[in-house]
Structures are given as C-alpha cells and as structure tokens.
Write a protein that binds this ligand. Structure first.
Ligand code: CO
Length: 211
C-alpha cells in the first residue's frame, strides 16, 4: 500500500533544501523569534492557506483558523491567540478572511442538522437573522450565500472590535487595524470589505469598555 503521507515528508525535505539554497541562514534567522505584523483569522478550508494566497513567508502571519472564520467571545482558543498576538507580539493588522463557496456558511443557510457543528454555525444563522431583509431579497441562492459570506466577515471583524483586548490596545494609543476580506475561490483574488480603526466607528455604545 502506498503511503500517501510520505509525499509530505518528501515535500518538507525539498522545502528545507530550497530555502537553505536561497539563504543558508534562513532557518537560523527564523529560529531567533517571531515578529509578525499580521494576525489572520481565516476559515479552516484547505483551499485558503494564509501564507500561500498572500505571497508571504514563514514568520510574517500569526494564524488562527476555524470553520467559517468566526470570532466568538467565549472561544478561549481564539481569545488566547488574539491576546498573545496583540499584547505580546504587537501585531499591527488583524485580518478576518472569509471565502466564497464556504461550506460552513452554506450549511448555516440550510435547515439540515450536521451534529456538533450546528452549535458553532448557529452564530452564522444569527448573522443571517440580523440581515434577513437584505438577504431574503436576493433570489439567486448562490448570490445570497456570497452576500451572507461577506456580511459574516464584516460582523466577525466587528466582534474583534468588541473585545476588551482590542479596545485596550486602541485606548492605550496603539495603532491597530482590523480588516474584513473575502477570498474568491474561482479567481484567487481577495476583495476588501471593511476596515476598523477604533471602537467608535461601527460599534454600538453598549459594547464599549472603559479601561
Ligand atoms: Co469556509
């Protein structure tokens, strides 16, 4: 039986060789530490790898991925990543990157039940509910799914701005931008949707913390 995972080990050897060929100090420099400028919150989908689609190298992006790129304030995993990225690594830009053709968004739009993930995808149903009027007016199912994908990204970017971690950074004068992007699976291109510079912009007063 062919061991398909061996291809990955082989790929890794080639990767290590070619990096060292281009720069003999490459891994030594990386081993000294990381100072990434970006935090990426993306979908787990295998077709949306953060570094590859942005033409960036190891050490440039701190990455968190989950199904449908959600920012949930009780998600200790994401909140720990966010706190470390902002307070310790000092990232300057946070990117929430969704993608068209997202299985999570599509599942959330249906009435089917998929098990445990239903609880996770409930958050997207809430985004739908919030924008029901606009979405219901789009008759084409694919276009409606695309629009929900965009609205979900915009909402998740706002969820970041609603955290104490981000507001604390802004109130202490740190330059921190939050970007909402969507990746086009068929074009390979990223579309910029929204940017947040402070908590005053699009975030309602009830979400503001006095820190
Ligand atoms: Co997805």
């Amino acid at each position: 039986m062919e061991k398909s995972y061996k291809r990955l080990i082989e790929g890794n050897r080639l990767f290590a060789l070619s990096k060292q060929f281009d720069d003999p100090e490459y891994f030594k420099k990386l081993s000294l530490g990381q100072t990434p400028e970006y935090l990426w919150v993306g979908c787990s989908d295998s077709r949306v790898p953060a570094n590859e689609i942005t033409g960036t190298e190891s050490g440039e992006i701190f990455v968190h991925r989950n199904i449908a790129n959600l920012v949930i304030h009780t998600d200790m995993n994401l909140m720990s990543v966010l706190e470390y990225a902002v307070n310790v690594l000092g990232v300057k830009q946070i990117i929430v990157c969704g993608h068209y053709g997202c299985g999570g968004v599509r599942a959330a739009m249906s009435n089917s039940s998929f098990g445990l993930v239903d609880n996770w995808l409930r958050n997207i149903k809430d985004v739908y509910h919030e924008h029901k009027k606009e979405l219901d007016e789009i008759t084409d199912l694919e276009k409606r799914t695309d629009r929900l994908t965009e609205l979900n990204v915009i909402d998740q970017a706002k969820n970041l701005a609603k955290t104490r971690i981000v507001q604390n950074a802004w109130q202490s004068g740190k330059k921190l931008e939050i970007h909402g992007w969507v990746y086009g699976m068929t074009s390979g291109l990223i579309k910029e949707l929204n940017t947040l510079y402070d908590e005053k912009g699009d975030i309602e007063n009830i979400y503001h913390y006095e820190i």
